[in-house]
Ligand binder design. Structure first.
Ligand SMILES: Nc1ncnc2c1ncn2[C@@H]1O[C@H](COP(=O)(O)OP(=O)(O)OP(=O)(O)O)[C@@H](O)[C@H]1O
Ligand SMILES: O=C(CO)[C@H](O)[C@H](O)COP(=O)(O)O
Length: 419
């Protein structure tokens, strides 16, 4: 995208405000302009240029530099099957940035989009090219790439990343129809969540960071039963049938995306209870790729060592079956990774601070921030186990990534101007 940066060491007293180039000059396209003036910086949408360097004649000494290919919108991909905790994760992530996430104001009440001050979360179901009837007629599931418009997904995610608003379609989960589109403006952080954020290589290449929620079949089944039977009145048989019907396409198109993820949260049955089939106590792994720019994997006690830790005792209350942590290096789809694992569940969330104090690289802004976030959302599913803990930590890592990238973008043109 064209980011236009105006530099000055001193605000020119003859200018009542910073003068911007005319819209026609810059080819008005809702692009971002970053202004630097006497230490203040403001972001504005409203100008764009393909030129590399222009001086404003009316208000020297401002120098405007527009760099194509630079970007202000950070794009995060979150992949998982339906009912695997994406919405819960999104609520934890937006909470880290502060402010509530809400559907677009005055828009379609069935919109899948969530907007907060910093973040816009769009659901990739909106790129279904076939509605419910269309899929039925063609005999394809929503997981099949044939039921999704990847060209449009790519064009729109690219446009948003480059600072251009888009008219995104809406897939209505209530009616099963494609509704009229909604306007999405470029946010600071765009999260694309759904079945296929890493499926199409063009979309994948737009991602600054990617996450895959890998819920094992046993756990997925337990969660589906809990939600669809208890909350939606589905029968056990129909839940089983729906999982079975989706499985071949899940294995073919969704699951392989985990090889591309920068972080994977893998949810497995516990190993603390022999032959457990209840799926209530969970063993959760946070698999973090090494060598990802602006992302330093979390570690327990000592970076790079292999650690096994049972924190139960004086400082952490644990009832049966207890809690076990593990950490160490590993390989995942041929990539070097660090893996942090937690098996079991917390009895008292306030005591999580004890565990937090033994974790490093968690990108907190103050001591106890992970515990504070977990306590704040103790009613969210997974708050007493590794799913909530690792989702919260990944949320903090994304904030850190955003801040590092923003800082590096703000610094680069300044350094260039000094050279
Ligand atoms: N960490 C968790 N621990 C236990 N249950 C969970 C957890 N995360 C999600 N669930 C269960 O799964 C259900 C779906 O969660 P959520 O709405 O976050 O998933 P989703 O991927 O956004 O679903 P969908 O795509 O169907 O909207 C929850 O209602 C809850 O029953
Ligand atoms: O896998 C899904 C992603 O959420 C949905 O099943 C898919 O979007 C189809 O929707 P519907 O259930 O409305 O037919």
């Amino acid at each position: 995208m064209a980011v236009c940066t105006v530099y000055t060491t001193q605000l020119n007293p003859t200018c009542s405000s910073i003068s911007t180039p005319s819209k026609s000059h810059l080819g008005f396209h809702q692009r971002q302009v970053v202004f630097y003036s006497t230490g203040k910086r403001t972001n504005r949408r409203g100008g764009n240029s393909s030129s590399s360097s222009i001086s404003t004649s009316s208000c020297s000494p401002y120098v405007i530099t527009c760099s194509a290919g630079d970007s202000q919108t950070l794009v995060i991909g979150l992949a998982a099957d339906s009912g695997c905790g994406k919405s819960t994760f999104m609520r934890r992530l937006t909470s880290v940035f502060g402010g509530a996430a809400e559907p677009p104001k005055g828009g379609n009440p069935d919109s899948n989009t969530l907007i907060s001050d910093t973040t816009t979360v769009i659901c990739l179901d909106d790129y279904h090219s076939l509605d419910r009837t269309g899929r039925k007629e063609k005999g394809v599931t929503a997981l099949d790439p044939k039921a999704n418009d990847f060209d449009l997904m790519y064009e729109q995610v690219k446009a948003l990343k480059e600072g251009t608003p888009v008219e995104k379609p809406i897939y209505n989960h209530v009616s099963g129809l494609l509704d009229p589109p909604e306007l999405i403006k470029p946010p600071k952080i765009l999260v694309i969540e759904g079945l296929h954020p890493m499926y199409d290589s063009r979309v994948r290449d737009l991602l600054d960071f990617s996450i895959y929620l890998d819920i094992s079949n046993e756990v997925k089944f337990a969660w589906k039963i809990q939600r669809d039977m208890a909350e939606r009145g589905h029968s056990l048989e129909s839940i089983k049938a729906s999982i079975e019907a989706r499985k071949p396409d899940f294995d073919a198109y969704i699951d392989p995306q985990k090889q591309y993820a920068d972080a994977v949260i893998e949810v497995l049955p516990t190993q603390l209870i022999p032959d457990d089939n209840e799926g209530k106590v969970l063993r959760v792994k946070l698999i973090m790729k090494e060598g990802v720019k602006y992302f330093s994997p979390v570690y327990l006690f000592d970076e790079g060592s292999t650690i096994s830790w049972i924190p139960c005792g004086r400082k952490l209350t644990c009832s049966y079956p207890g809690i076990k942590f593990a950490y160490g290096p590993d390989s995942y789809f041929g990539n070097e990774v660090s893996v942090l694992e937690m098996d079991g569940q917390f009895d008292r969330l306030d005591e999580l601070i004890y565990v937090e104090s033994h974790l490093s690289n968690i990108s907190t802004k103050f001591y106890g921030e992970v515990t504070q976030q977990m306590l704040k959302h103790s009613d969210f599913p997974g708050s007493n186990n590794g799913t909530g803990l690792f989702q919260t930590i990944v949320g903090l890592k994304i904030r850190d990534l955003y801040e590092q990238i923003s800082a590096s973008r703000a610094q680069t043109p300044l350094e260039a101007s000094k050279a």
